[in-house]
Design a protein around this ligand. Sequence first.
Ligand code: NAD
Length: 354
Amino acid sequence: MKVLILPGDGIGPEIVAQARKVLEVLKNDGLDLELQEAPLGGAAYDQYGSPYPEFTQNLAREADAILLGAVGGPQYDTLDRPLRPERGLLAIRKDLGLFANLRPAILYPELANASTLKPEVVSGLDILIVRELTGDIYFGQPRGIRVNEAGEREGFNTMLYAESEIRRIGHVAFQAAQKRGKKLCSVDKANVLETTEFWKEIMTDMAKEYPDVELSHMLVDNAAMQLVKAPKQFDVVVTGNIFGDILSDEASMLTGSIGMLPSASLDVNNKGLYEPSHGSAPDIAGKDIANPLATILSVAMMLRYTFNNEAAAQRVENAVKKVLAQGLRTADIFEAGTTKVGCSAMGDAVVAAL
Ligand code: NAD
């Protein structure tokens, strides 16, 4: 199994180094892993003059899974847009056809105070948002700004989903639910938008293929409300690109600790790009204080979704739970009564717990 590691920029190299330690332990314990590294984003621009150079592209296409730190930094903000680090990220997602974005929002009981919501509402929260990433109103044609027949300027976009696009994200979501609590909530606005009425019809039809998963439907406005009112009612949520964009950010903030949240973007064969939900945090880069746990938990997602190795995924997640239970905290999740550690010490603690 080939894993390509893309450290990226800012805190990327520091946090990815900790995740790499975890991969090395799994390898030493018999997991058949081949690890390679390549630059992406600003680091790739510095070395090759492009944020997604051919060197990286070739290795990314050959890899079974990719682990990314994060890209971006203020020194690159004045570059022409096509050369900016974030373009490298968009380019690799498009190049590899990564249409399914999986973002878990998990609140470990030890971190319940980090949330802005009452501990009893969020403690033990464990939900997964599955967002379609390459369709919907973000990509639908026609789009633009024009002058209408009355001579007034207007902006317009097209919300559009083909049946095949709905089915392929549906399969990812139903199968993710099978690996978890077997509950899937499909979020739509079927009372107003035909595109999502169609979405609902296809999801309902697909449920026949997954009799072990309990499918429900919810309107997006209600879903936004329920996520803050009673988020623990959800197991897996599946939705389109625009609703998923908003709901996944809302869900991640329920936990209050951005340094803890992994994510996955998958293609049709479950090849995946795994990365923390946060950015490159240039403000704390190079200080050995970043939280590496989101990146380490991204490794667990890789084991679960690309390598189908649930036991190894849980081994990594249990190691993270163990260090939290031991009271170890990086600065971003530190509170009185716990022990503050740096980025590499946190990585070492996870390795010890493994
Ligand atoms: P950010 O997520 O990098 O940082 C937001 C805040 O959270 C900062 O105060 C930062 O110090 C803190 N933070 C983030 N990750 C942390 C961690 N692991 N441990 C401790 N604290 C952490 O978002 P931003 O400041 O808006 O963006 C910074 C750069 O990252 C920009 O160049 C942006 O374009 C880029 N970015 C990249 C990605 C990605 O690579 N997927 C995603 C978002 C932003």
